[in-house]
Design a protein around this ligand. Structure first.
Ligand SMILES: [Zn+2]
Length: 337
């Protein structure tokens, strides 16, 4: 396994501009400490390179990229009510996107079958023209755009299991049939998008899968939606690359949301996605998104990476009678479930 990190990702720090903000450097410090205690699970640890402007512009307008650069150069501050940047955020954000690009290049180049980017700021809320939801650039979207430009890569599957709907990634690929974006998220919380009935638009109709789970949902609902909706659709889609927006804020300890996953639930989801990628012969890359209880985050990243590396066996979940059936009725118009 390859693991991408960079110390510059710790310098994106809310202390001066939004003190008390939950997206703070301590998250990564805890993740890295937990991985060190497990000898990085045998991963080859690499430095995340800087994304170039041309790479960022694969998923963002040149104006947005230039505006983030200028905002950081001027010292930063609050971009909106919950998104901040400081001077050092410009490098951190380019390391986060650059790590995702380097990971995809290495995976598609056959250097390894599994990669993980332990970087921040996160990305899946950032839109083509706008930073939001703690995110400056959509790291995964940049990497997915890079991937579909590679010869032999016609389709990329994105699985987003962060508790918040990944509105940025969803919008960037809404009209596309080469990137299938499947989201499992808590219904009714930030950012308010991701309704089951939103299946994409135009040529992309059916290539957006939104699976909202009500607050209070636990592993039974989440694993059922993953196993019985996302996995069969992903299998039929036959991607050459699988990317995961790996957020860990559906953990029961998380302060920002109300789902009830356990640390082991992330391992169980990781086993499902790992086995799907292996069956398809597609490499698997994940990028860190949310997760705001630092202890739960660190444990859950370790559990996920261990599963990606082969620990544990996928266990079949009983189809949830209410939410999975409702989702199957909608998604089954497009995919053989
Ligand atoms: Zn989140």
């Amino acid at each position: 396994m390859l693991y991408f990190r960079h110390p510059a990702c710790l310098a994106h720090d809310p202390a001066l501009v939004m003190p008390g903000h939950p997206e703070r450097p301590e998250r990564l410090i805890a993740v890295e400490r937990a991985l060190e205690a497990r000898e990085w699970l045998g991963c080859e640890v690499r430095e995340a390179p800087l994304a170039s402007a041309a790479e960022l512009e694969l998923a963002h307008s040149a104006e947005h990229v230039a505006s983030i650069e200028a905002f950081c150069a001027a010292g930063g501050g609050a971009i909106d009510a919950d998104t901040y940047a400081v001077e050092a955020s410009w490098e951190a954000a380019r390391r986060a996107a650059g790590g995702a690009c380097a990971m995809v290049r290495a995976l598609l180049g056959g250097e390894d079958a599994v990669g993980f980017c332990g970087t921040r700021p996160a990305g899946h809320h950032a839109e083509r023209e706008r930073a939001m939801g703690f995110c400056l650039f959509d790291n995964l979207a940049v990497a997915a755009e890079l991937a579909v430009r590679e010869p032999g890569v016609e389709r990329v599957l994105v699985v987003d299991w962060d508790v918040h709907h990944g509105n940025g990634t969803a919008e960037i690929f809404r009209r596309r049939d080469d990137v299938l974006v499947a989201n499992i998220h808590q219904e009714g919380i930030f950012p308010g998008t991701g309704a089951l009935a939103d299946v994409g638009s135009g040529a992309g109709e059916g290539f957006t899968i939104n699976l909202p789970a009500p607050g209070g949902s636990g592993e039974d609902v989440w694993l059922s939606l993953l196993e019985h909706i996302v996995v069969p659709a992903g299998r039929e889609f036959e991607p050459q690359l699988v990317l995961v927006s790996a957020g860990f804020d559906a953990h029961r300890a998380d302060p920002l949301a109300g789902c009830l996953l356990e640390t082991e639930s992330f391992a169980a989801m990781a086993c499902q996605v790992r086995d799907l990628a292996a069956e398809l012969g597609a490499p698997l890359g994940a990028v860190l998104e949310g997760g705001y209880d630092v202890g739960a985050l660190a444990e859950s990243v370790v559990a996920t990476l261990a599963a990606f590396g082969g620990e544990g066996e996928a266990v079949s979940a009983a189809p949830d009678p209410l939410f999975t059936s409702r989702a199957a009725a909608q998604i089954g118009h497009y995919w053989e479930l």
